[in-house]
Design a protein. Structure first.
Length: 289
């Protein structure tokens, strides 16, 4: 079965818009889960007013406390463990995005039924808060095998764009990935962690599936600090090693170099005096040798 999760924090009217788009255009979803982060009674009231709570497809989840985006996602997956099987496919939609029509549900249903080792990606249509089109982005075209190193090569290219909205993976894959959320500082690269899971053999572009992604200054991706980005990159490369996705010696060398550079950057930020003392000591040894 195919399901959708819409994680929301202070979604307001945007959450209602996202949920309505999923109900209207998401013919293939068996269940639509809406997770409310924190105590957002106003969001529930808006969903009720829009008639969404009466829809039998929709189920409301609540965290009961404010969580960071990545921990909210982990909380969602934890609550769904008793409701979904490992073979079910779970898609995501951020509360400020919309699921546009024309998805080929026949193709997707068949794909999810027969290809448990596949992950699915949409076309992302980036728009401003006023609805003006910016550009369209996709991770790749068609069907792409995921041999060892393929994800590493993809993300190492400049200008690679990915987004959590609209992606779909087996529930078992989601469970493994969110177990790493406790090590992370943000939701950055979660979609790439899913794509590089050892169980995923193919990545597939969904025909006709378009997600309208709202780009604003308050978006999670825009608000990330350099510390968060740097730390999560270290975690991501550690994940790739654990999933057996970095076996090529050239990739291994690059990954270790990036991990080391990021660790040095964080050491300089968090322990500037210690970092400076160690650097001076090393320079002194170099001069004396």
């Amino acid at each position: 079965m195919i399901h959708l999760i819409i994680p929301s924090y202070q979604g307001g009217g945007k959450l209602v818009r996202a949920a309505l788009s999923a109900v209207k255009n998401g013919d293939g979803f068996h269940r639509i889960f809406i997770s409310i982060n924190g105590n957002q009674t106003s969001d529930l009231a808006l969903l009720e007013e829009a008639g969404l709570l009466q829809n039998k497809k929709i189920m409301i989840l609540e965290t009961g406390r404010n969580l960071d985006t990545h921990m909210h996602l982990a909380n969602c997956i934890g609550k769904l463990k008793s409701l979904l099987s490992d073979e079910d496919y779970l898609f995501t939609l951020c509360h400020d995005d919309t699921w546009e029509k024309n998805t080929d549900w026949g193709w997707l249903n068949e794909g999810c039924k027969n290809k448990t080792g596949s992950g699915f990606f949409p076309l992302w249509s980036l728009v401003t808060e006023q609805g003006e089109r910016i550009k369209e982005k996709t991770f790749f075209e068609g069907r792409k095998a995921v041999p060892e190193g393929a994800i590493f090569e993809s993300i190492d290219q400049e200008g690679t764009y990915t987004n959590l909205s609209g992606i779909g993976f087996p529930f078992a894959t989601w469970r493994d990935v969110v177990n790493w959320c406790r090590f992370k500082k943000s939701a950055a690269r979660i979609e790439l962690m899913l794509a590089s899971h050892r169980s995923i053999r193919f990545l597939e572009h969904m025909p006709g599936c378009k997600i309208q992604v709202e780009v604003s200054e308050s978006s999670d991706g825009v608000c990330l600090t350099q510390k968060q980005i740097t730390w999560d990159e270290i975690i991501f490369y550690a994940w790739l090693f654990c999933q057996g996705r970095v076996t090529n010696w050239k990739h291994q060398k690059t990954a270790v170099r990036k991990i080391w550079a990021n660790l040095k950057y964080l050491a300089k930020l968090y322990c500037p005096k210690l970092y400076g003392a160690v650097s001076l000591k090393k320079r002194g040894r170099a001069k004396g040798s």
